[in-house]
Design a protein around this ligand. Structure first.
Ligand SMILES: Nc1nc2c(ncn2[C@@H]2O[C@H](COP(=O)(O)OP(=O)(O)OP(=O)(O)O)[C@@H](O)[C@H]2O)c(=O)[nH]1
Ligand SMILES: [Mg+2]
Ligand SMILES: [Zn+2]
Length: 299
């Protein structure tokens, strides 16, 4: 029998959050470990699988990031790419009736999901406010998403309505809650994991106002599922997007894309454009098409 303490000196784990240069890693034995990282691994993000090692002074450092399945990267206001989360299987795109839904933002998250080969799930929170705030245009937008194959779930982060159904979609996946500030992402996360006691906007409103969650956090659920809560955004712009990728992010366009007269058609002004024809024939929603044009203009 030896008396040595059983402090592992190296191992593998998953990044559950990062604050500046410091990362919290969940180890295989479910303990959490504070880690620094080598400078060149500075892009380690919430959701990354990593190898860590402890040096003689006891400090743990990440020295390898495992190959990612994908990552959600956005452009900062300065135009620099910033990775929000890595290795995600399902994007849970959260909107609410107040603050009101921004369908162009929902489209951009869907584009990200299509590019990442991840599922997109549309969640509308605050069912209690629907009667007062939902407009006919909003209901139409939701019908259009369902028509092209996206699932829409209505939930309440307050009463728990619809949460079981949402929870069921998470099984076996790494899920991330995305959406603008104040839609109730953290409230939903709390309904899924009452023990996590995540701080939501009603507790503190200082500085940036409603903006409470400041960094992405990963939580392990049962059934090999993980849930990430993320900070609210004012806007989300996927990085490295060109006109072709943009059009491919509108899944209802795909059957038409090879039939335009010009192979590099942007589906804007070009003659004999099959997408414009499909809009005219009411096979593609004019609302989605208009949002595509707006996004194209903003590339
Ligand atoms: N009426 C109503 N309010 C809700 C519901 N769910 C959450 N809220 C409220 O919405 C506000 C924002 O909730 P949060 O969960 O902090 O929102 P968030 O999306 O996490 O916001 P950020 O962290 O800033 O991105 C809080 O005051 C919640 O109490 C709901 O179902 N109905
Ligand atoms: Mg939050
Ligand atoms: Zn075209």
């Amino acid at each position: 029998m030896s008396n040595e303490t059983h402090v592992a000196t190296k191992g593998t784990g998953r990044v559950i959050t990062r604050f500046g240069a410091e990362l919290l890693v969940q180890c295989a034995d479910k303990t959490t470990l504070r880690c620094t990282t080598k400078r060149k691994l500075d892009n380690a993000a919430c959701g990354d699988w990593v190898d860590w090692q402890r040096n003689e002074t006891g400090t743990a450092r990440i020295d390898k990031i495992h190959k990612r399945k994908n990552d959600i990267t956005r452009l900062t206001y300065r135009g620099r790419p910033k990775t929000i989360a890595a290795n995600v299987d399902q994007l849970i795109i959260v909107s609410s009736w107040l603050p009101e839904p921004i369908w162009s933002l929902v489209d951009r998250y869907i584009i990200a999901a299509e590019r990442l080969n991840a599922e997109a799930l549309i969640v509308i929170n605050k069912t209690d406010l629907a009667e007062e705030y939902a407009t006919p245009e909003d209901w139409e937008a939701l019908k259009e998403y369902e028509h092209i194959g996206y699932r829409v779930l209505h939930v309440s982060g307050m009463s728990g309505e619809g949460i079981d159904e949402l929870h069921k979609t998470m099984s076996g996946k790494t899920n991330i809650l995305l959406g603008r500030s104040g839609v109730g992402k953290s409230s939903i996360a709390n309904q899924i994991m009452p023990d996590a006691e995540i701080v939501t906007a009603n507790i503190s409103t200082s500085g940036e106002g409603r903006h409470t969650t400041t960094t992405a956090n990963l939580y392990e659920l049962a059934d090999e599922a993980y849930l990430m809560d993320s900070p609210g955004v004012r806007d989300y712009v996927p990085d490295n997007l060109d006109a072709i990728q943009l059009a491919n992010g509108y899944r209802e366009f795909i059957p038409y894309l090879n039939s335009c007269r010009f192979s590099n058609c942007t589906h804007n002004h070009e003659p004999q454009c099959s997408i414009r024809q499909a809009v005219e024939d009411k096979e593609i929603s004019p609302n989605r098409y208009q949002r595509y044009l707006d996004a194209l203009n903003n590339l």
